[in-house]
Design a protein around this ligand. Structure first.
Ligand SMILES: O=P(O)(O)OC[C@H]1O[C@](O)(CO)[C@@H](O)[C@@H]1O
Length: 491
């Protein structure tokens, strides 16, 4: 087969040549309903990712370090060549393991989360320990974890983020959009309507081309008023579930605790849009504090890490545009006054596990979340982990698919980029499929889903229920069903 070139979401050119698979266990057809996503199914996005996208991404990592070699030599001296060679060799080996569908290997280096990973890998049933036979979530997370381990175990490059330039470029090329959004969102009054618009802007920024097209304006159009926000109405025709009212009502309820946990997704422009929303929330007392949960290591190309947060704020503070620079300074103040904080980094977010096991596998993190008013999970990967990477009936209720994971009230905001979805009206998924067979991977459709927690019945394993319901009067509610969309915003 002749090589084909496609451009991935970060603009990388990826060769999609296929080599012969030695895997005899693959199945024709798409992933069946009520199964885990997996590279076993040849008509799935998981298969395409493992067969074509991941080798391409690994090739790009190789090119990045090789191209950076002169700069690295200048910084670290000639000895860094040895690191680069070892990293390149290790990535080539990993490509080969993936191509031959080899068993996952244990971690033996300096990885701080190696014990958790090794325990997880050895508990997987043997037939589910190879790239194409495993659940896609396990295989994909394992690949990103292995890639960073090569850097982590090197002498000079243990902090090297091989994706940082992509996140930075994404922000830099979004300058015009950032200016418009910044101007349009200064001093917005506290209304549901404004919150709703900001939520939708934020959602659509998870669809990666947004910064290039969605908010472009002609010269004659006003660039600094609320009409800019009204533009989002044009692009949310394809919002399949919209629980924004429930999210607003959750934040508006009186109660002692107004912390919001924000489980971040991508850096670059998406993080800028996240901050616009979060700034609005703290400025208007919709949250007393926001805790950003970022990734401990470079992850899924564009995911946000602590250095990305620092770089972004610093970039804005020193921007020549006055409005962006003022915004950067304001956000720096929100961070130094701890209105917005970076939560202690947890390796659970860069583990392979779905969120319903968090209570058993990372009780500390689970406890942190129980201590907040609302946890917002942003993006497709977080959604997959909430759903357990499982093909539910598309009309199944969000609350059911969480499989008991309800440390606090939960909101998921994501554009649909893989075959996992729930909470849709009966028949909608079939209609969408008839009209557009790529609807589940295009990122063109979105969901904002919400469910409240049942604090009063929540106990940690081996403990009495230690969360007293009287501490949560406003949050103790009957189980919520699927949202009807007919709710009225408080206030
Ligand atoms: O940035 P997001 O929204 O989490 O998207 C990442 C997702 O995109 C993909 O690359 C394609 O679905 C998946 O690997 C992953 O779930």
């Amino acid at each position: 087969m002749s090589p084909q070139i496609r451009v991935n979401k970060m603009g990388w050119r990826i060769s999609t040549h296929s080599e012969r698979s030695t895997n005899t266990d693959l199945m024709e057809g798409p992933t069946p309903r009520h199964s885990l996503l997996s590279g076993r199914y040849k008509q799935s996005f998981a298969y395409l990712t493992l067969r074509s996208r991941m080798p391409g991404i690994m090739q790009q990592v190789i090119m990045r370090v090789v191209n950076d070699l002169p700069m690295l030599e200048e910084k670290f001296g000639e000895e860094v060549r040895k690191d680069v060679k070892q990293i390149v060799d290790a990535i080539e080996r990993l490509k080969m393991e993936l191509n031959r569908d080899r068993q996952f290997l244990q971690f033996h280096g300096n990885e701080p989360d190696k014990a958790e990973w090794n325990a997880f890998l050895s508990e997987l049933p043997r037939p589910k320990r190879t790239f194409f036979r495993a659940c896609w979530l396990h295989a994909e997370c394992y690949l990103y974890r292995r890639i960073f381990s090569f850097f982590e175990n090197s002498r000079f490059l243990h902090n090297f983020d091989c994706f940082d330039h992509l996140k930075q470029e994404d922000l830099i090329i979004s300058e015009e959009t950032m200016k418009i959004l910044a101007k349009a969102t200064r001093d917005l009054p506290k209304t549901f309507d404004n919150f709703h618009k900001l939520l939708r802007i934020n959602l659509w920024c998870n669809h990666f081309e947004i910064q290039l097209g969605a908010f472009t304006f002609t010269e004659e159009e006003p660039q600094n008023d609320i009409n800019v926000l009204a533009k989002v109405a044009d692009i949310d025709r394809v919002l399949l579930v919209n629980d924004s009212v429930l999210v607003w009502n959750c934040l508006m309820k009186p109660g002692p605790n107004g912390i919001v946990d924000y489980i971040c997704d991508n850096g670059g422009f998406e993080f800028f849009a996240d901050m616009v929303l979060l700034e609005y929330m703290v400025d208007n007392n919709l949250a007393t504090q926001v805790r950003l949960h970022v990734k401990a290591i470079p992850w899924y190309i564009s995911d946000l890490t602590r250095p990305d947060v620092e770089w972004t704020i610093n970039y804005l503070v020193h921007h020549e545009d006055e409005c962006l620079s003022a915004l950067g300074k304001k956000w720096a103040r929100l961070i130094s006054s701890e209105k917005i904080v970076i939560a202690p980094v947890s390796h659970f977010w860069t583990g392979p596990q779905p969120y319903f096991v968090m209570v058993e596998s990372d009780i500390e993190l689970y406890r942190v979340l129980t201590n907040s008013r609302l946890a917002i999970f942003k993006g497709d990967l977080n959604y997959r982990k909430l759903m357990g990477d499982y093909i539910w009936d598309s009309a199944e209720e969000f609350i059911t698919c969480l499989r008991g994971f309800r440390p606090t009230n939960i909101c998921a905001m994501r554009t649909v980029k893989c075959e996992v979805v729930c909470g849709l009206p009966e028949g909608m998924a079939d209609t969408l499929l008839r009209n557009d067979h790529t609807w589940m991977i295009s990122g063109s459709y979105g969901v904002i889903q919400y469910t409240d927690s049942l604090k009063c019945s929540c106990a940690f394993p081996g403990e009495e229920n230690n969360i007293k319901s009287e501490h949560w009067p406003a949050l103790v509610q009957p189980r919520s069903g699927r949202s009807t969309g007919a709710q009225t915003p408080i206030g």
